[in-house]
Design a protein around this ligand. Structure first.
Ligand code: NDP
Length: 282
């Protein structure tokens, strides 16, 4: 293996210490940052994510309030709960755990969140502000990716960045953030004609496809920074990223592992956004 590992757990740990300090400062002003998570249904992966978020809140002194709603909950009921939380002065962040059951439209639900409490950064107001380069609550996973790239010490400016995947949650916002860091950005997706040609030219490669070990070492430029967003559960129960770590780590200069890469950063950025939303009240 030649690549250096970008250790998400370590970076997240350092960031959490700083977040803890910010929480302490808020508490001195009698403000306890509060996060509400809404979980509809019993998707096993979502339940794990929500438990991890509750634990992170507890560790950092953030108040968390989780609403576990049955699968049959109507869209109107979810929206009414969000409206109540929008008005609750003790709640600074609201997160709706995705995916939602088919009868609940995630776009409608996300738009019901007060943009100043949208700690997932997915509301059209925050997305729009992100595209315009204005201050906003930034989507957690993409923000975590940028911090990890910066940790390598490479200068993003002028680099060729390739993002594989164009979802609203990861691919699109991370492309915009890389653009704002002055990279030259190419976004690839399922209709891209020659994916390998694109990925082989990338100085920075961010992969968010949802297919285990999809990007192999021979698709990577030697020395590239590779950020693997994917989390895929294999038949043997183990987790794998979207990048084939074994072959990719022989070619890349830096690479994120799965688990222990982007995952811990995502939750940390959620905590960061919750504290930021609370600080704006001061
Ligand atoms: P989506 O399914 O929403 O998007 C997948 C993207 O991959 C789409 O844009 C799709 O293209 C593209 N794609 C699919 N097949 C190909 C192909 N053959 N070639 C090129 N592009 C392709 O996934 P998400 O963005 O939500 O998630 C991606 C992965 O990241 C998942 O494994 C998910 O679990 C993980 N994830 C991890 C997080 C973390 O905290 N670490 C947070 C969020 C997600 P098209 O648009 O054309 O369909």
């Amino acid at each position: 293996m030649s690549a250096d590992i970008i250790d998400g757990k370590e970076i997240a740990g350092e960031m959490r210490q700083k977040i803890k300090d910010r929480v302490m400062n808020l508490k001195k002003k009698n403000i306890v940052p509060g996060l509400s998570v809404i979980l509809v249904g019993d998707d096993p992966a979502s339940q794990v994510y929500v438990r991890n978020k509750e634990k992170a809140c507890k560790d950092l002194g953030i108040k968390s309030k989780t609403f576990r709603l049955p699968r049959e909950t109507s869209q109107a009921e979810v929206i009414n709960l969000i409206k109540d939380l929008n008005k609750d002065p003790e709640i600074h962040g609201i997160l709706v755990q995705l995916p939602l059951p088919d009868h609940v439209d995630p776009d409608v639900v996300i738009e019901a969140i007060d943009p100043s409490k949208d700690v997932d950064g997915l509301h059209p107001v925050n997305m729009g502000r992100l595209i315009r380069g204005q201050q906003c609550l930034m989507p957690c996973t993409p923000h975590g990716c940028i911090i990890m790239i910066k940790r390598t010490g490479i200068d993003i400016k002028g680099k060729k960045a390739v993002v594989v995947g164009r979802s609203n949650i990861v691919g699109k916002p991370v492309s915009i953030m890389l653009l704002q860091e002055n990279a030259t950005v190419t976004v690839c997706h399922s209709k891209t004609v020659d994916l390998e040609k694109e990925t082989r030219e990338a100085d920075i490669l961010v992969v968010a496809v949802g297919k285990p070990k999809f990007i192999k070492g021979d698709m990577i430029k030697p020395g590239a920074v590779v950020i693997d967003v994917g989390i895929n559960r294999l038949d043997n129960g183990k987790l794998a990223g979207d990048v084939d770590f074994e072959s990719a780590s022989k070619v890349a200069g830096w690479i994120t592992p799965v688990p222990g890469g982007v995952g811990p950063m995502t939750i940390t950025m959620l905590m960061h956004n919750t504290v930021e939303a609370a600080e704006r009240l001061c």
